[in-house]
Design a protein around this ligand. Structure first.
Ligand code: ADP
Ligand code: MG
Ligand code: MG
Length: 878
């Protein structure tokens, strides 16, 4: 039998998410548990994939199948497309496997034309409603299907409102709306050059295609990249009969959460609007009412709705985000899904569900989005400064966190500011946001909007991104064109500084300093469960005692990477180091290094102390020497003077150290091959520090791990290792205290991975430096890739940045192979990763599967890695 591409809601269920998409699967599930859902059908994600395979065409077989299901739907509902008695109107809705809120497009009231409008107007005795539906349909169809910008239609509505002297669109009469519909059609014709289509089936196929197409729109592509959703998944399309919330004062539409998505508190939350349709609630055309008010407006419906909420939460055993419509006092459920939530709310809900006996600890760990923890680990405002600060305004605390920065008024300006200076901190201030703003919202510290409620676009997207957002501050008088706004009696301009608090909704003039977060309460509970279930250890990359201490606080179980080069850049050391570089012979070099050794030893002691006996991996000097040389004329003159050399001699030296491709130049262990004294000095510092700390802390077992960078050949590693071993053994032999130490290497050159069995004969541990390994495997540099990667995304050659998310099939293959080869030679070979990837959830899962012993990441990502490691273990066990 040929493949089935279309399913009635009554044919599916929640487990068919891959095929039916999240929305379709849940509509089917709600149908099966007897909730009131308008009965339609879902066109599968496979049909979307086919659409692209067939060269962006809906195949004839699929078309025919859809036609059959239209008839089926007509029968079930007793209505027909274009009928003059009982015309059927439908919505066409996208729905991918993973929810992508607002990323793709929906079309409502499809099936309308002049005749049908007049039919429903007459039959209902409610021409205002009929024409409202029609003008909405023309607007949405033009925008979504034909890509005529929304703004043209909105301008016409605004004109009409101004003409009539009214503020809200509910005050438009049937005649006004009829006039608008005709104006819209004229607008359509002038933009498209053809009449607005009247045939419902023609409208439907155009709409279905538009949903398929929307899978590939730029904002969907950005969203997918940020959320690790593969392009290959495709979207399903849901076609279902319309129910009308815009039929008058006994109708309405709304959205609700079974628990508070900002705090996690167990109480029904939501908003609704009477006499409204679809996106009116989230688009901010009128200010919606809190869901509790529904009890006053329509007590029976409210009661029924709260029952439905309870049923759904018990059924899915998670907080639900629902969309509903009331048509003339009758409740319909249009969507349910596990709701997006802030990190704080996620932790509280997971803990509460465990306490309520709804889920077990493993499920609780599995349901937290690791990436989301980021917000909790980011700084919050310094309470002491905050106490003294006087807010200049207040909006809704829509997404928690603290943001302070310079004001920008558009997503483009936000992007430009951060492109010009990576460290730039901006706060995006807008009337309201729309999906086109995603990228600008992402780079901003926080978002402040004038309009919109807790479920507005800005609020939902910010929560999803874990970014601070204050929405709906109506006191702001904004002029987006002029790039100014007024608040609290002051005019703010682009570049002025403000601070916003996404928990309280307060807005402050100027920058308020922030403080680091800690793990406590529910966060601590979840992390302790995560630690129970994970196999992978989590270490940190830290170069200073302060970072190391922070990482331990956040649960790090060791250091996977201490870079020693930063230690040379400090003012008092760089002079000695330059002296070393300028030296004419070994004796001079050793004399210079002797000055650095005690400082370096001090650094290591500080780090060992901070790590409280946890293992510490120290990497020997890695960057090319020219990075340490002066660049300014005056610095060169100064160096010449202290070295007793001429300026010309120093310039010659600088020229001689110049490299054409420093990334592949004289660096890493190659430095030691030419200057063994450097390794001697660093070994002394590592071992002496360990001996000293061991003496002070007999309760710890110090086993320093010396890591040789950039190895590509075993003889090279052996050469360096021999120097390390000789130096270390002499020191330990002369000491009354005995310690062990390990010598290992980074695997960051493909050749080292290929020859891992050879390398493992000398190395006691491997640490995959996946940053360099990615650079060298792909053959492109991390610093330059940003210039051309966007073109690769656009052409679907790459879906994600291989420096952020490890390339599992290429780089990952090298990692897997090196692990296997290495362990064949040395079964107890210790394996870890110390690239940025160590803190990326999907990469962590990969490293778990490969069988590494640990991942190492920056201190603030340690909890993310702990959680991701637990999720990987739980997933594997299932
Ligand atoms: P999104 O995925 O962006 O939320 P939806 O497909 O859920 O888009 O549609 C947006 C809104 O349109 C819904 O919240 C609902 O209010 C309205 N809607 C969709 N289908 C129908 C329908 N059959 N009847 C009435 N309203 C509908
Ligand atoms: Mg929806
Ligand atoms: Mg490296």
């Amino acid at each position: 039998m040929s493949k089935k591409y279309v399913y009635l809601f009554s044919e599916g269920n929640a487990s068919m998410r891959e095929l039916l998409g999240g929305k379709g699967a849940n509509l089917a599930e709600m149908t099966s548990i007897g909730l009131p859902v308008p009965q339609g059908f879902t066109i599968t994600t496979e049909a979307c994939t086919r659409y692209y395979e067939d060269g962006k065409k809906i195949g004839d077989d699929i078309k025919a199948e859809i036609m059959t299901y239209i008839e089926e739907m007509e029968k079930i509902n007793g209505k027909k497309f274009g009928d003059t008695e009982n015309p059927l109107l439908v919505s066409v809705r996208s729905g991918a496997r993973a929810s992508m809120p607002g990323m793709m497009d929906t079309i409502l009231n499809l099936g309308l034309n002049e005749t049908v409008v007049r039919t429903i107007a007459a039959k209902s005795g409610n021409p205002r409603w009929a024409w409202d539906c029609y003008r909405r349909f023309i607007q949405m169809f033009s925008d979504v299907v034909m890509e005529v910008g929304k703004k043209y239609f909105e301008a016409l509505i605004d004109e009409m409102k101004a003409e009539k002297g009214i503020e809200y669109d509910i005050d438009l009469t049937a005649e006004d709306l009829e006039k608008l519909a005709n104006q819209f059609k004229a607008e359509y014709k002038s933009k498209i050059g053809a009449d607005f289509p009247d045939d419902p089936k023609e409208q439907l196929f155009a709409a279905i295609e538009a949903v398929f197409r929307s899978w590939d729109n730029p904002r969907a592509n950005v969203y997918r990249r940020d959320n690790d959703i593969p392009y290959s998944w495709g979207t399903a399309v849901n076609v279902m009969p319309m129910v009308f919330g815009n039929m008058g004062d006994t109708s309405g539409t709304g959205v609700a959460f079974t628990r508070d998505p900002a705090t996690g508190e167990k109480k029904l939350m939501g908003e609704f609007l009477m006499n409204a349709q679809g996106e009116d609630v989230v688009a901010g055309v009128r200010t919606p009412m809190p869901i509790a008010k529904l009890q006053e407006v329509m007590p029976e419906v409210y009661e029924q709705f709260t029952k439905v909420c309870e049923i759904l939460e018990n059924h899915y055993r998670d907080m639900q985000d629902m969309e509903f419509t009331i048509e003339d006092r009758k409740l319909y459920m249009l969507q349910t899904r596990n709701g997006k939530r802030t990190a704080q709310a996620a932790l509280k809900i997971a803990c509460d569900l465990v306490d309520e006996g709804m889920i077990d600890e493993k499920k609780a760990v599995a349901m937290i989005e690791p990436r989301n923890l980021d917000t909790l680990l980011h700084p919050t405002f310094d309470v002491n400064v905050l106490k003294a600060a006087k807010p200049i305004g207040k909006g809704l605390g829509a997404s928690p966190g603290a943001a302070a920065g310079k004001i920008v008024f558009s997503a483009e300006d936000a992007k430009a500011a951060v492109a010009a200076n990576k460290k730039a901190k901006v706060v995006l201030v807008r009337l309201e946001t729309s999906p086109e703003d995603i990228e600008g919202m992402k780079v901003a510290q926080g978002i402040l909007t004038v309009r919109g409620g807790m479920t507005s676009h800005a609020a939902v997207v910010a929560r999803g991104m874990g970014e601070c957002c204050v929405s709906g501050c109506g006191d702001i008088k904004i002029n987006e064109e002029a790039k100014t706004f007024e608040l609290g009696g002051k005019t703010f301009h682009e570049g002025d500084e403000i601070s916003i608090d996404g928990s309280t909704g307060y807005i402050y003039d100027g920058l308020i300093p922030t403080v680091d977060a800690t793990i406590a309460g529910e966060f601590g509970r979840i992390m302790s469960w995560a630690d129970k279930y994970r196999r992978l250890r989590v270490r940190t990359n830290a170069d200073t005692p302060k970072d190391a201490a922070k990482a331990v606080e956040l649960g790090a179980e060791g250091i996977g990477l201490t870079r020693t080069e930063h230690m040379f850049f400090e003012a008092d050391r760089i002079a000695a180091f330059r002296e070393m570089i300028c030296a004419d012979n070994v004796e001079q070099r050793e004399a210079a290094l002797a000055k650095i050794e005690p400082m370096q030893q001090g650094d290591f002691e500080g780090i060992y102390e901070a790590m409280q006996g946890f293992p510490v991996t120290i990497r020997f000097l890695d960057p090319p020497l020219h990075e340490f040389l002066p660049k300014e004329e005056w610095e060169i003159a100064e160096l010449a003077a202290t070295q007793g050399k001429t300026i010309e001699q120093i310039k010659e030296l600088i020229a001689s150290l110049h490299e054409f491709n420093p990334m592949m130049g004289h660096r890493g262990c190659r430095l030691v091959v030419t200057y063994p004294e450097i390794a001697v000095m660093q070994t002394k510092a590592v071992i002496k520090a360990a001996l000293a700390v061991q003496a002070r802390h007999p309760e710890w077992t110090m086993v320093p791990e010396i890591m040789i960078p950039l190895t590509g050949e075993v003889k090279e590693l052996k050469y360096v290792k021999d120097i390390v071993v000789k130096t270390a053994d002499e020191l330990i032999a002369a000491s009354p205290i005995k310690i062990k130490y390990l010598v290992g290497t980074m695997i960051e050159i493909p050749r080292a991975a290929l020859l891992a069995d050879e390398i493992a004969k000398e190395a006691e541990f491997f640490s995959f430096g996946t940053n360099d390994l990615t650079q060298m495997t792909f053959g492109f540099s991390r610093d330059d890739a940003a210039k051309f990667l966007p073109a690769y995304y656009e052409r679907k050659i790459f879906e994600s940045d291989p420096f952020a998310k490890v390339d599992q099939i290429g780089v990952g293959k090298l990692v897997k192979m090196a692990c296997k080869l290495g362990r064949e030679v040395r079964p107890d070979l210790h394996l870890g990763v110390c690239g940025e990837h160590g803190g990326d959830p999907s990469s962590v899962e990969f490293f778990h599967k490969v069988g590494l012993d640990y991942v190492s990441c920056s201190p603030f990502r340690v909890p993310i890695a702990r959680l991701a490691a637990a999720q990987a273990a739980i997933k594997e066990a299932q």
